[in-house]
Design a protein around this ligand. Sequence first.
Ligand SMILES: *[C@@H]1O[C@H](CO)[C@@H](O)[C@H](O)[C@H]1NC(C)=O
Ligand SMILES: *[C@@H]1O[C@H](CO)[C@@H](O)[C@H](O)[C@H]1NC(C)=O
Ligand SMILES: *[C@@H]1O[C@H](CO)[C@@H](O)[C@H](O)[C@H]1NC(C)=O
Length: 620
Amino acid sequence: MRTVRRQLRRGDSCFRALVLMIVSVCAATMGAWVWGSGALLFKKRLVIEMSHHQLSLNGPGASDGVQTPPASAVQSREAIVTTSNKVCPPCPDAKPPPPSVLPMASDPKGMNCSVNGDYLIGCRKDGDEVFMPASFVKKFFDKGVYEFRYSYGSVHPPTPVYEPGGAFLNFYRYFVEVRGMLLCTTASEGVPLAIQWDPAGYFYPITVAQFGLAHHAKGIVNGNPEPKVLSSGDLGPAGWKLPQDGSGSIKVVEEQVKGVTRKVLAFNAPESMTGEGPTFVINSEELALCVSIKMTSPGGGLTIKVKTKKFPVAYLHFTHEDTYMRVDGAHITLGMKQKNFGKWMRLTRDLDVDIIKGFNSAKDHLKQTIEVLEVTLHGRGFIDNMTVAATAHNENLMHAADWLVENQDQKGGWPTSSALDNFEMQLPPGWYSAMGQGQGMSALVRAYNLTGDRKYLESAEKALYLYTVSKIPIGILHLKLGSEEGGVRARFLGQLDWYEEYPTVPTSSFVLNGFIFSMMGLYDVMKTSEGEPQRLAEKLWDSGMRSLKFMLGMYDTGAGTLYDLRHVINHEPPNRARWDYHVTHIALIHEMAIVDGDPIFWEAWARWKGYLKGIRSHHN
Ligand SMILES: *[C@@H]1O[C@H](CO)[C@@H](O)[C@H](O)[C@H]1NC(C)=O
Ligand SMILES: *[C@@H]1O[C@H](CO)[C@@H](O)[C@H](O)[C@H]1NC(C)=O
Ligand SMILES: *[C@@H]1O[C@H](CO)[C@@H](O)[C@H](O)[C@H]1NC(C)=O
């Protein structure tokens, strides 16, 4: 038995590949029975060893999430675990699964198959072949399709060349703003509002940056359609219908816009947000609507009517209320905030996202909105540059970049106002993340690339500072000065610089993906800036690279990767990266290989991809 098991283990990948091939063919033709290879027979018993990460399911869309919560489906895949004979009695052992309800084999063609040595199931033998019941095999597969995969992650390679102005990683695949832990894309800032750690809402710098980076990447990969200008000061009041009772007006006037005199449209209508007013009929299936608006009467604003799957007419109201989002039946109100009253605001609305968020209709897929019908103006104010297009990717990036510029503090940081407090980690409100700094820098460098406006690059350069600051007080002198703390830099064993996604004290976690994202930000600044900031970015990049090359092996289990190094630092069990994160690691290490070229990155990349297919490293 032992020899066979060993052989099975040794021939692991061959065995699995064979089963894979065989089962997919036979499941189709035979339906109820699946066969294994007769070569694996031993003493009339087939021994099957399975662990969830060798044979797992092709779960739908499971790999989209950087930072998504684990799918509960992952747990069910762990129903069958390999148990090993531990020698230390107090060791908690993996629980064997409930005994199979399948009848034991009794007829002459029958044989017993042992699963992990824990229980037997009845199988059938025909010549050299062994058939396993489909009812047993089925639980390894979703949707009744017998598709064998060793992991549910799929690799989406980045572009072969990395450029600071180019598509960020494989982010073109991410729909950041529809994620479940985000309330809405705010009207006041034009970026997503997080509610994960605080139901009142807060801006999470990483999410804001990712929102911008994902849109920018989508624009590069899928194209940026030229928006259709519906109305502007230059086009005049054409297309606007006034209420029958003569209560509204719209006309061209001259206004100061960013210090320049320009023609815009001035409107005047009753203040009620649900009343009548100048209306522009759009009737478009393209759902990215953008408009500049400046209100001079506080109760007014703009209403967009849309046709949705849920309501034949749903209303999106934009007004200067201090709310982020309020929903009442078919009416969704998105607050432009009182502080912005009397200022020009740019509304960039992915209407489908607004509808999905407002009606909570779908957490992770689009297309709840069928058509944008019309726009109606309320109260007094000005509008300009109303456009419609299928997407408005670069405008979304610019909202993220503007948020980053406006919300950067004295230290060049983007603090998170919400505390991080879960069973693993605690950080007080106002904490910085190296990943937030890095992704902020990557988004800003792209905004600079698009606009040529140096304020974006300068903001990215300011963000370098916290990389140079230790996350803990490193001595009395520093305590006295009070300046050398609160940064994002840790040191592994006091030797190697590490930029921390979660700069917890006293122990660090050394999260791999957050570190590499922080490195990408350094790379972008290093390749874009000049002079002193360029030299600083390069210095930080070099010392981070040195650490990464030293430490990379510690994240490699030979069968997968580890999320962090808490097992090294804290004597905790190794924190295995779930497949979502493993494929993120693959994409990140691929990018490191592309920009740095060191064979250790290319080798890790190839090896880590192999883990997805059940190929493990050598053992002794
Ligand atoms: C399978 O196992 C059951 C229970 O141990 C036993 O009764 C039966 O005879 C076995 N069948 C074969 C073919 O070995
Ligand atoms: C913007 O990025 C593109 C692609 O990386 C690059 O070719 C171009 O030179 C950049 N432009 C500026 C102004 O940095
Ligand atoms: C409308 O677009 C033009 C051209 O891009 C721009 O100059 C103007 O400032 C915009 N209007 C407003 C109100 O932003």
